[in-house]
Design a protein around this ligand. Structure first.
Ligand code: ADQ
Length: 460
């Protein structure tokens, strides 16, 4: 196979561990092929011209990193507007939060066109191009329009909604048609693949050639589920580090008389935070033996704060935490510790390990890597319990977690109670089964499966 070219909205220097498992895994593939990673630089030029941006190229080991700046107007319409104000909510089934401002889509197309132009100047004929996520759906179509014939694959990190939800996007037919410019499209779960197949069956005149093969617009497209995993060895190593150990010891000392429940995510409405807090409040009401003991540490890292829906969520969360603490707290015990910051990646395994229960209860999630990280960080002899939303992509694989419907407040409270009371033997059995699955289907397996499937497609 030729050189690998990865394209994503943001890029990371794969040599830095703070970048996380995905960057490390992609970095390894890029290193072995002497590849290129292309994306937005993160820089916004206040008085920049829409559709124009400086290209920066530098070398990180064997990998070339190429980034482009965005003008303020492009950033606001492509990134905040269309990507995060339309596609993110709709793809997470939240039509009520979508802002269908007609101006956004022009910026989205313009930036994809500009990225295609800048990228094309760096491409070699036998490159294999792997495009990531909803910001860049039309990229292959733009590259093809410029005559690029390379093999191209696309992976969607977020869910694909059912056809009638997708059809609410004014330009849905154009978006879905753009997917046919790729040779391979990967989704996180089988339910996403089923939604794609149903969309194609009901909304297009494409021929469904097989479970994974579709033909339309003069092009054949392969579609498959490639559930993303984590870099297990990297996370285990992080867990052995001093920062992680210190975190664990500090938490164990501070909460020695308490039972710790933990939530870790970006502050995002897809993650089901208000529903989770209400379920925790229900737990305290329905099972009063938890009063004075159960403590929920909720870490919610700031995210997309200039999008309106995020500011409203932040307020709702603050008020819920205040109410729960006010109603149930004691001078020596506060039921909720809410922290609106991210935790350094090196400390995360220690935090996960100190918790008796992890609450991973999104309303909808492409996969959810926190669920997998929590399991890997546990002590196999005395592991914590994972409470996982059935609406996370991870639920298709992690059947040995306690699956919940996050909209069902008392059902979720009941499951939290069950998790806290689970006998050691059952905890060990569930942990062992989950761990085996996570190890087998790690991020390297995911990357290789995708790239092998792409390589197996005959060149156009
Ligand atoms: P995200 O929505 O960001 O990702 P997720 O997969 O849970 O969700 O987390 C990504 C990473 O961020 C994890 O490694 C986690 O440790 C880290 N992280 C999250 N909150 C943090 C915090 N408060 N402090 C420190 N680190 C934090 C999108 C999709 C997911 C999909 C991933 C990968 O929405 O469904 O699993 O991409 O494909």
């Amino acid at each position: 196979m030729g050189r690998l070219v990865v394209v994503s909205n943001r890029i990371a220097d794969p040599r830095k561990t703070a970048s996380g498992g995905l960057a490390v895994a992609l970095g390894q593939a890029l290193e072995s092929s002497g590849g290129l990673w292309f994306g937005w630089s993160g820089k916004v030029v206040e008085d920049g011209t829409p559709g124009e941006g400086d290209l920066h190229v530098h070398q990180a080991g064997k990998v070339q990193l190429a980034t482009v700046d965005l003008s303020r107007e492009d950033h606001d319409s492509y990134y905040l507007g269309y990507s995060n104000g339309v596609l993110w909510p709709v793809f997470h089934y939240r039509l009520d939060l979508a802002d269908f401002d007609a101006g956004y889509i022009g910026g989205y197309r313009r930036v994809n066109q500009m990225f295609a132009h800048k990228l094309a100047s760096l491409l070699q004929p036998d490159d294999v191009i792997w495009v990531h996520d909803y910001h860049l759906i039309p990229l292959a179509a733009e590259l093809r329009a410029m005559g690029c014939k390379q093999r191209m694959g696309f992976f969607l990190h977020i869910p694909l909604p059912p056809p009638l939800i997708l059809a609410a996007v004014p330009a849905h037919d154009w978006l879905m048609r753009c997917l046919f410019a790729y040779d391979l499209v990967g989704f996180q779960s089988e339910s996403d693949v089923a939604h794609f197949s149903r969309y194609v069956g009901t909304e297009t005149s494409a021929d469904i050639l097989g479970e994974h093969e579709f033909r339309a617009y003069g092009k054949t497209l392969q579609v498959q589920a490639f559930p993303i995993g984590i870099d297990v060895d990297e996370f285990v190593e992080l867990g052995k580090g001093r920062e992680s150990q210190d975190m664990f010891n500090q938490m164990r000392t501070e909460y020695s008389r308490r039972r710790l429940l933990l939530g870790v995510e970006r502050l995002d409405y897809s993650k089901g935070l208000p529903q989770r807090l209400k379920a925790f409040r229900q737990l305290l009401q329905d099972y009063p033996e938890n009063l004075g003991s159960a403590t929920l540490i909720q870490i919610a890292a700031p995210s997309r704060e200039s999008v309106d829906a995020y500011a409203a969520l932040k307020q709702e969360l603050e008020s819920l935490c205040g109410a729960i603490n006010g109603d149930h707290g004691e001078l020596d015990w506060m039921p909720v510790r809410y922290i609106h910051r991210s935790v350094a990646r090196k400390r995360l395994p220690g935090l996960y390990r100190a918790a008796s229960v992890a609450l991973v209860t999104p309303l909808r999630d492409g996969m959810n890597l926190v669920a997998k990280e929590f399991i890997v960080a546990q002590d196999p002899d005395d592991p914590g319990v994972l409470v996982l939303s059935r609406f996370a992509g991870a639920a298709e694989q992690m059947k040995d977690a306690l699956l919940v419907n996050p909209y069902d407040t008392s059902g979720t409270a009941q499951t939290m109670q069950r998790a806290m009371q689970m006998p050691l033997e059952e905890r060990q059995r569930r942990h062992q089964a989950l761990m085996a699955g996570i190890r087998e289907h790690d991020v390297h397996w995911w990357r290789e499966r995708f790239l092998n499937a792409l390589a197996a497609i005959p060149a156009p």
